[in-house]
Design a protein around this ligand. Structure first.
Ligand SMILES: NC(=O)C1=CN([C@@H]2O[C@H](COP(=O)(O)OP(=O)(O)OC[C@H]3O[C@@H](n4cnc5c(N)ncnc54)[C@H](OP(=O)(O)O)[C@@H]3O)[C@@H](O)[C@H]2O)C=CC1
Ligand SMILES: CC(=O)C(=O)O
Ligand SMILES: [Mg+2]
Length: 618
């Protein structure tokens, strides 16, 4: 049993420890934690059954030009690579120069994918070294463009596809994957890719990008991640008619057919990798919620858009309270407008409600719901019976109400007219916070934001939709319309804004990339059997406390993207603690082992290790 003494709660020290990671070599794989030392997993060497060109062409083993002379001899690759051994620093120099010479983000994306397919160690070294510059290429916003173009830029397969033609075969297919150890699976059905809609099998770039961050920031090992697309067809007409499209050319399965398809897949992966964490990603509403409800108590899984988005958004609001000189305990006094009533909007608001309830300053869950005003594409979720001047609207509103599900109905305001426009709601509610989770650019109108700024000294403006072309407003607009007073966070990165008064309007990226890598790290290291609501709440609280008072004063809410690895270590440690506290951890810690050390020690660090040929290794 883990004693509370061994649980490090000092986040500052966790962050400091994170910085020391760069000095480390490979850590123990997470699966070996507490299970004794496995000689096959000596962190100083890597055994491989491969030799010759098979090593050179294996992205997990290849070192390109960096194989030592002794290794070339041992592995039968003498003469198969240029004669000079070049260490990683030189390789990085060459790669970075080539990358910098490329003009468009998409060209950089293709270049980086090719590097990942050749040499993952070098890819991750580059990614970690230049995380703030490259996250925007392998992740949002450029990954959005890559999804749109995926069938045109396709070079080589990565991950696994399970399609409608694979029904009945999935339990056999999972054994086609070459690795026995899989720690994290990110799966999408491509039905709502960022704010770009249904992109079918093109959505594969999303799990790949998420898992690249799992490795670079969360320290999960590259060989134990698995990106997956469930190709149940697409309703995207232009893809259906595109001869280059690589997915199934039929409309989406739905209803019982859809759910039994997903069930076959879940059963298959769970039977091969029972401990793997499954992250559901970019599933359309209400499938996203239905799948989460179906599986969250059965396997180790969570929905990124619903739950980890909620963690980072709550972190942003809590940090903004501090930035406004208020206690985080006053969350219940906020007035929050959420534009968007889908997976992310409802998920984020549920997280806020959970936090208000946990703080104990509301008398009921209903009181917490009353602090949040939600809009969908028709406007406010209000009371159709109050639309007295417009009988049409009463009927339409009634229809809409009947389509809302139980989760959405919690936010309906009985005392306000249904379908009020955003501008009207802002005028009536005088919100402190406005969240955008619609995937629709321009939804935060100038009038709405200016009205909000009339009543708030520091309006909290979070256009969270991705990619940047789908943001509800730009950073420049937010600062312009609030005379530079906004505290701004967006889903995709926006540059800081130079204000007319000479000050700088600081932008923040409020994206689940701040939460899921650490969640995955903590869940993996603790071998948590379930993902619990508290893990998300604690993730939010951990991140909310990471910015310094000076940063908060300037409007910075989170450490920059460059520090995603430090954030993941702090979150991972806390999530691991929660797993032990709540009794869902199945890993066994050795007596006296510090949890933060175990978490840090498990994190993958991209360095070349000597390769040794061993015919029976796997
Ligand atoms: N920053 C982050 O970390 C994350 C950001 N997101 C972003 O959130 C966005 C939404 O995702 P998700 O919730 O899954 O998508 P959904 O499709 O489930 O929900 C979209 C919601 O937006 C509403 N909407 C559409 N147009 C308008 C409009 N003009 N005015 C008001 N509401 C509108 C829809 O209303 P209706 O139901 O009436 O159609 C629906 O309720 C995406 O762009 C995604 O990139 C998602 C996850 C994480
Ligand atoms: C960030 C993310 O998960 C999304 O936009 O869907
Ligand atoms: Mg997503």
């Amino acid at each position: 049993m883990l004693s509370s003494r061994t649980l490090s709660k000092n986040l500052a020290s966790v962050v400091r420890q994170g910085r020391s990671l760069a000095r480390r070599n490979y850590g123990l794989p997470a699966s070996a934690i507490g299970l004794g030392t496995d000689p096959r997993k000596d962190k100083n060497i890597q055994l491989t059954p491969l030799r010759g060109v098979n090593i050179i062409h294996d992205p997990l083993l290849s070192k390109g030009t960096a194989f030592s002379i002794a290794e070339r001899e041992r592995l039968s690759i003498r003469g198969l690579v240029p004669p000079r051994c070049q260490e990683m620093e030189k390789q990085l120099l060459r790669i970075k120069r080539n990358l910098d010479a490329l003009e468009t983000p998409l060209a950089k994306f293709v270049f980086l994918s090719a590097l990942q397919d050749r040499n993952e160690t070098l890819f991750y070294k580059l990614l970690i070294n230049y995380l703030d510059e490259l996250a925007g290429i392998i992740y949002t916003p450029t990954v959005g463009e890559a999804c749109l173009m995926s069938h045109s830029i396709y070079r080589r397969s990565r991950g696994m596809y399970f399609s409608s033609q694979d029904r009945g075969a999935m339990s056999a297919m999972v054994h086609n994957w070459p690795h026995d150890e899989v720690d994290v699976i990110v799966v999408t059905d491509g039905s709502r890719v960022l704010g770009l809609g249904d992109l079918g099998a093109n959505g594969m770039q999303i799990p790949i990008g998420k898992l690249s961050l799992y490795v670079a920031a969360g320290g999960i090992r590259p060989r134990s991640v698995l990106p997956v697309v469930l190709d149940v067809g697409t309703n995207n007409e232009s893809l259906l008619h595109d001869p280059l499209y690589l997915g199934m050319g039929h409309p989406r399965l739905d209803g019982e057919e859809y759910y039994s398809f997903v069930d076959e897949w879940v059963t298959a992966v769970h039977s091969r990798w029972p401990n793997a964490l499954i992250q559901f990603e970019d599933f359309k509403y209400p499938h996203a919620y239905n799948l989460l409800n179906k599986y969250q108590d059965k396997i180790t899984c969570f929905n990124d858009d619903i739950q980890s988005t909620s963690a980072i958004t709550l972190a942003g609001i809590l940090a903004s309270l501090k930035a406004r000189g208020r206690s985080q305990e006053t969350l219940n006094e906020e007035r929050i407008i959420c534009v968007g009533a889908g997976s992310a909007g409802v998920g984020v608001c549920e997280g806020i409600v959970d936090a208000m309830v946990a703080q104990g300053r509301v008398n009921s869950r209903d009181e917490a719901y009353s602090r949040i005003w939600m809009l969908d594409q028709h406007g406010l979720l209000g009371n159709p019976a109050l639309n007295t001047n417009d009988p049409q609207s009463i009927v339409g509103g009634g229809e809409r109400m009947s389509k809302l599900d139980e989760r959405q109905k919690c936010y309906v305001k009985a005392d306000m007219t249904d379908r009020l426009s955003l501008e009207e709601v802002v005028e009536q509610v005088k919100p402190t916070v406005i969240l955008g989770l619609t995937g629709v650019p321009g939804v935060f109108s100038e009038k709405a934001i200016r009205t909000m700024a009339k009543y708030q000294e520091k309006p909290i403006v979070f256009p969270l939709s991705n990619p940047d072309t789908r943001a509800e407003c730009t950073a420049e607009e937010a600062f312009k319309w609030t005379d530079g007073r906004a505290i701004f966070a967006s889903g995709s990165p926006f540059p800081d804004v130079n204000l007319p008064n000479g000050r700088v309007g600081r932008t923040n990226q409020c994206n689940n990339s701040y939460s899921f890598p650490g969640l995955g790290l903590g869940i993996t290291v603790s071998r948590a059997s379930r993902v619990t609501p508290n893990m998300f709440l604690e993730t939010a609280k951990t991140i909310a406390d990471m910015a310094s008072p000076q940063q908060l004063k300037e409007g910075t809410l989170f450490p920059g993207v460059h520090y995603l690895r430090d954030v993941a270590l702090a979150v991972g440690t806390r999530v691991c603690e929660v797993a032990f506290e709540e009794g869902v951890a199945t890993a066994v810690l050795k007596e006296g082992e510090m949890l933060s050390d175990v978490v840090e020690g498990s994190m993958f660090v991209p360095e070349y290790v000597p390769l040794v040929h061993a015919p029976n290794a796997h």
